[in-house]
Design a binder for this molecule. Structure first.
Ligand SMILES: [Zn+2]
Ligand SMILES: [Zn+2]
Length: 217
């Protein structure tokens, strides 16, 4: 679980460059606000990365993770579904009982990919504990854990893009399976509390009655 180098770093860098290219169109006050937001969000990312790397290294050295890659991709898919199910309920529990640290994520004055980095360190620790516990319980090999960490990291970035995916019949089907950026943005709207808690799969929201897809459509 080398939570250090990965595709999400590359994606994050590309998005940062894309945003910088858009800079000339911003007013001076918007640029200052953006830089303030980014310095907070990226500082939290550095703290969270240090925690994640330190804790992960300690766990890898002390816990008996399976080393050989498994050939069973259906089991890996099941593992992703189980993880995402726990993330859905973790998110609902945060809103219900642990707002005092989850509100860090909801306290940004703007909305862009950097919001995915605005995570309270307690959340990072809880995330690692969930990841490690489920991986051990399901006897997942370390390569699949590594892959899962990156799938969820990339989804965290993508779901915080301020971008509405064009509405076509195909994307409507996909929306029933995956969390889209605009549905997660809906979750961040203070006027629509307690909706769209999904992380990767959107069907948990549909199943548990927290999907407001019709309002988005
Ligand atoms: Zn939330
Ligand atoms: Zn969010």
């Amino acid at each position: 679980m080398t939570y250090f180098v990965g595709f999400e770093i590359l994606l994050l860098s590309s998005l940062t460059v894309a945003k910088l290219i858009a800079f000339p169109r911003l007013t001076m006050s918007s640029k200052i606000t953006l830089l303030e937001r980014w310095s907070t969000n990226f500082s939290l990312e550095i703290i969270n990365r240090v925690i994640a790397i330190t804790v992960s290294m300690l766990l890898i050295q002390n816990l008996n993770f399976k080393n050989a890659p498994s050939e069973n991709w259906f089991y890996f898919l099941f593992y992703i579904v189980v993880l995402d199910f726990t993330f859905y309920w973790r998110h609902r529990i945060y809103h219900r009982w642990f707002w005092f640290f989850h509100r860090t994520h909801h306290s940004d004055s703007g909305y862009d990919f950097s919001l995915s980095l605005r995570i309270h360190p307690i959340e990072t620790l809880i995330q690692i504990i969930i990841f490690v516990s489920i991986s051990l319980l399901m006897n997942i090999n370390r390569w699949h854990i590594f892959l899962a960490v990156h799938i969820f990291s990339i989804q965290a970035l993508l779901s915080h893009l301020d971008y509405a995916i064009p509405k076509t019949s195909f994307t409507r089907i996909l929306r029933n399976i995956f969390v889209f950026p605009d549905s997660h943005k809906f979750h961040h709207d203070p006027e629509n509390p307690d909706n769209h808690f999904g992380f990767l799969f959107s069907f948990w929201d549909t199943f548990f009655g927290t999907n407001q897809i019709k309002k988005i459509d």
